[in-house]
Design a binder for this molecule. Structure first.
Ligand code: ADP
Length: 503
C-alpha cells in the first residue's frame, strides 16, 4: 500500500482534465508518486485542441537509477512469492483496471486524440484482458525433467531475469505496456517503464492503480525524453532485460546498447503490412475489413496498418469506389464525442511528416489522391491535428508511399493480375510484421499465408494483437514475440538446469 497521500483520486475519475492535472509532474517509483529529481517537466498537449493539459515529469539518469534500484530491491522478494500467487495479484490488477476502464479511456483520448468510442475505450478494455490472461499463467512457469542417467536427476526450472526495462511508444501506450508488464511480473521480474513523451498520463495512472495491489517497487514508471531517460534505462547495469516498442532507428540504438551489456532484447518495430484482395472475396466484408485493417479510426497510426492494398484487377475499380464511400461515411471530430469515428494525429511533428508523404504522392505523375471524410467544423478544434484520410491509386511499387511506414491515414491501392507477382511485391519490403489475405479460396489463401514474410498473417480478417496469440515481426519489424505464454517463457525467464547425482 502507498505510504504517502494520493495526489490523484482514489475512485474512478471521469473528469479527464482533473485527472490529468493531478497526474502532472510525477513519476511512480518504489510504491509512491515522486517528482523528477531535477524538478523539470514538459508539456502534455491535447492534439485535438493544441491546449496543454498537463505537465509530465522530465526524468533523467538520476530518476532512472532510483527506479531501477527500487525495482532491484523489490525483485528479490517478488521472486520468492509463489508463481501462482503472483499471477493472482496480477489478475486482481485486471479487475481494478476494469473498474477504471472508462476513466482510462477518457484520459488516453485526452492525451492522444484517439476517438473514445472506436479506439480509446477498446484499448482500455483490452489492457484489462491482457492482465487477466497473464494473471492465469503463473502455474505455467514449468520446467522439465531430462533423461540424463539413471542415477542422476536432471531438471530445468524457469527463473526470472531480474529488473526489466520497458520502453513504449505513444500510439497504443496502455496496451503495449501491458504486453510487457504483465508477463514480466507474472514470471517474477520487476519492471521500470519509460513512457512515451506524447502519452505519459494513462500509463502512469495504471501504474499507480496496480501499485495498490502489488508490493512496492515491482512496477515503476518514469517519463522523459528518449536519449535522456530511455537510454539510461537500457544502459543501467541492474537492468537485465530490455523490451522495446518503437521505430526501427531507435530499436537499433536500443539493441546496440543492450548488446554492450549482453542482455536479451525484445523489439517490436515498424511495419508496412500488405492486404491482398482476390476477386472471389466476400466483397462487402472485405471493404469493411479494409477500413479496420487501415486503422483509419486511429488515423492509421498503427504498425499493422494495411498501408499497401493489392486488389485483383476485375474488382479494382469497384473496390476503390466502395472503400472511398465507406471512409467518407466516417465522422472525424472531437475524440471525446461519442459520434466521432476518427480522432487526431498525435503531434505536430507526426502531422507534418504525414503531410509530406501526401504531398509527395499527389505530386507523382499518374497518381490520384482520393481524399475522404471531412474536416470537423467545430471552431474549438481548429488547431486540432486532423487529417483527411487519403486513398492513393496510380502509384507503383517504387513510390516511397509504398515502401516506407507512414504512420498516418494514407493507403495505396494497386491492381494485380497474378498471385505469384503479388506475393513477390508483398514480400519486397524491409518490414515483415503483418499481412492479410481476402479470399474464399482457402487453397490459395493458405498457400500464400505460408509464403508471406510476416510474423502474423490473417485470412479474411485483420485484428490487432490479441492475448494468447504470439505477436512480433520478422526482418526489420523486430526480434522476439509478445502476448503469448511462449513469449513469457522465452523472453522473461531463463532456463536453469539442476542435476542431482544420487549414485
Ligand atoms: P516514435 O518515432 O514513434 O516516437 P521512437 O522509437 O523514437 O518512436 O520512440 C519510442 C520510444 O523510444 C519512446 O518512449 C522514446 O522516448 C524512446 N526512445 C527514443 N530514443 C531513445 C533512445 N536513444 N534510447 C532509448 N529509448 C529511446
Amino acid at each position: 500500500m502507498l505510504d504517502t497521500p494520493h495526489p490523484t483520486p482514489v475512485a474512478p475519475c471521469l473528469d479527464q482534465q482533473k485527472l490529468a492535472t493531478a497526474l502532472s509532474g510525477l513519476h511512480f517509483i518504489g510504491g509512491r508518486y515522486v517528482p523528477a529529481i531535477s524538478g523539470q517537466s514538459f508539456a502534455v498537449v491535447n492534439p485535438a485542441t493544441g491546449i496543454e493539459v498537463a505537465r509530465a515529469a522530465e526524468g533523467d539518469a538520476q530518476d532512472v537509477d532510483a527506479a531501477v534500484r527500487d525495482a532491484a530491491r523489490a525483485q528479490k522478494e517478488w521472486a520468492k512469492v509463489p508463481a501462482r500467487k503472483r499471477g493472482a495479484l496480477v489478475h486482481q490488477c485486471a479487475a481494478l483496471l476494469k473498474e477504471h476502464q472508462e476513466e482510462l479511456a477518457r484520459l488516453i483520448a485526452l492525451e492522444t486524440g484517439k476517438a473514445l468510442r472506436t479506439e480509446s475505450r477498446v484499448e482500455a478494455g483490452v489492457v484489462a484482458d491482457v492482465f487477466e490472461f497473464f494473471g492465469g499463467l503463473g502455474s505455467e512457469l514449468k520446467g522439465e525433467s531430462v533423461p540424463f542417467a539413471p542415477n542422476v536427476l536432471s531438471v530445468t526450472v524457469r527463473e526470472p531475469l531480474g529488473v526489466v526495462g520497458a520502453i513504449i511508444p505513444w500510439n497504443v501506450p496502455m496496451l503495449l505496456m501491458a504486453l510487457k508488464v504483465a508477463p514480466a511480473l507474472v514470471a517474477g521480474n520487476t519492471v521500470v517503464v519509460k513512457s512515451a513523451e506524447e502519452a505519459p498520463l494513462a500509463v502512469l495512472r495504471i501504474c499507480e492503480l496496480m501499485n495498490r495491489i502489488l508490493p512496492a517497487g515491482c512496477f515503476n514508471m518514469v517519463s522523459g525524453m528518449g536519449p535522456e531517460c530511455g537510454a539510461p534505462l537500457v544502459e543501467h547495469p541492474l537492468v537485465r532485460k530490455v523490451t522495446f516498442t518503437g521505430s526501427v532507428e531507435t530499436g537499433k540504438i536500443v539493441a546496440k546498447a543492450a548488446s554492450q551489456k549482453l542482455v536479451p532484447v525484445t523489439l517490436e518495430l515498424g511495419g508496412k503490412s500488405p492486404m491482398i484482395v482476390f476477386q472471389d472475396c466476400d466483397f462487402a466484408k472485405t471493404v469493411s475489413g479494409a477500413l479496420t485493417s487501415m486503422r483509419f479510426t486511429r488515423q492509421g497510426q498503427s504498425c499493422t496498418a494495411a498501408s499497401r492494398i493489392y486488389v485483383e484487377r476485375p474488382i479494382f475499380d469497384a473496390f476503390v469506389a466502395e472503400m472511398k464511400k465507406a471512409v467518407d461515411g466516417m465522422v472525424m471530430g472531437d475524440p471525446l464525442d461519442e459520434k466521432t469515428d476518427i480522432g487526431t494525429i498525435i503531434s505536430q511533428g507526426q502531422f507534418e511528416k504525414v503531410q509530406a508523404y501526401i504531398a509527395e504522392g499527389k505530386a507523382t505523375a499518374g497518381a490520384t489522391a482520393h481524399e475522404c471524410s471531412a474536416m470537423p467544423s467545430d471552431p474549438a478544434l481548429k488547431k486540432g491535428l486532423f487529417l483527411r484520410p487519403v486513398i492513393f491509386t496510380g502509384l507503383d511499387g517504387s513510390s516511397r508511399l509504398v515502401k516506407e511506414e507512414i504512420f498516418g491515414p494514407v493507403t495505396v491501392i494497386q491492381a494485380f493480375d497474378d498471385p505469384e507477382a503479388v506475393l513477390a511485391e508483398a514480400n519486397d519490403s524491409d518490414y515483415g510484421l503483418a499481412a492479410s489475405l481476402w479470399t474464399n479460396n482457402l487453397k490459395v489463401g493458405l498457400d500464400l499465408a505460408h509464403r508471406l514474410e510476416a510474423g502474423l498473417v490473417q485470412i479474411n480478417q485483420n485484428l490487432v494483437v490479441q492475448a494468447n496469440l504470439s505477436y512480433g515481426g520478422v526482418k526489420s519489424s523486430g526480434l522476439g514475440k509478445e502476448a503469448s505464454l511462449e513469449a513469457m517463457l522465452e523472453h522473461f525467464t531463463h532456463k536453469k538446469t539442476i542435476m542431482v547425482n544420487m549414485g
